[in-house]
Design a binder for this molecule. Structure first.
Ligand SMILES: [Fe+2]
Length: 148
């Protein structure tokens, strides 16, 4: 029974035990783990050992969102919400599968599906990051704009 050893099955299989160095972790350092098989999404305060559909998930590296093109994250303020959009395909093979807003102490995540529009609304909290995950091109992020 692996639980008796205090390590997870995934850790046993990789021979790597993850010591949590993120005891004071906060969501500005959030990690996203996405299952390449079923699309499951795990968010964590920092790195950890997570698995889904029989394989170990690796944390997604967030790339700075470009200013233009399909992975540009556009944001405008509408009343007390951030209105986030991408001009990105939303087909079955290529789509934005979630958009998230992370601050130091909170995370809001909207799951998206093909044929929907690539958009989300988030109640504005403190400053942080906006993330968009494309099933083909990975994770993009930008800092939230200054609140006006
Ligand atoms: Fe894409």
């Amino acid at each position: 029974m692996p639980g008796a050893l205090g390590v997870s099955v995934a850790e046993l299989l990789t021979g790597e035990v993850r010591e949590n160095a993120n005891r004071a972790g906060n969501l500005l350092r959030a990690k996203f783990y996405v299952c390449p098989i079923c699309g499951n999404v795990v968010t964590a305060l920092g790195e950890g050992a997570f698995s889904c559909c029989g394989s170990q998930l690796m944390p997604q590296d967030a790339e700075d969102a470009p200013d233009e093109g399909p992975h540009a994250i556009k944001v405008e303020r509408i009343e007390d919400e951030w209105y986030v959009t991408l001009d990105h395909p939303m087909t079955k093979d290529h789509f934005v599968s979630f958009i998230a807003y992370a601050t130091m102490d909170g995370m809001q995540l909207r799951k998206l599906y093909p044929e929907q529009s690539a958009e989300a609304r988030f109640r504005i909290g403190s400053s942080g990051y906006l993330y968009a995950f494309c099933n083909r091109h990975g994770l993009f992020r930008m800092r939230t704009p200054r609140r006006r």
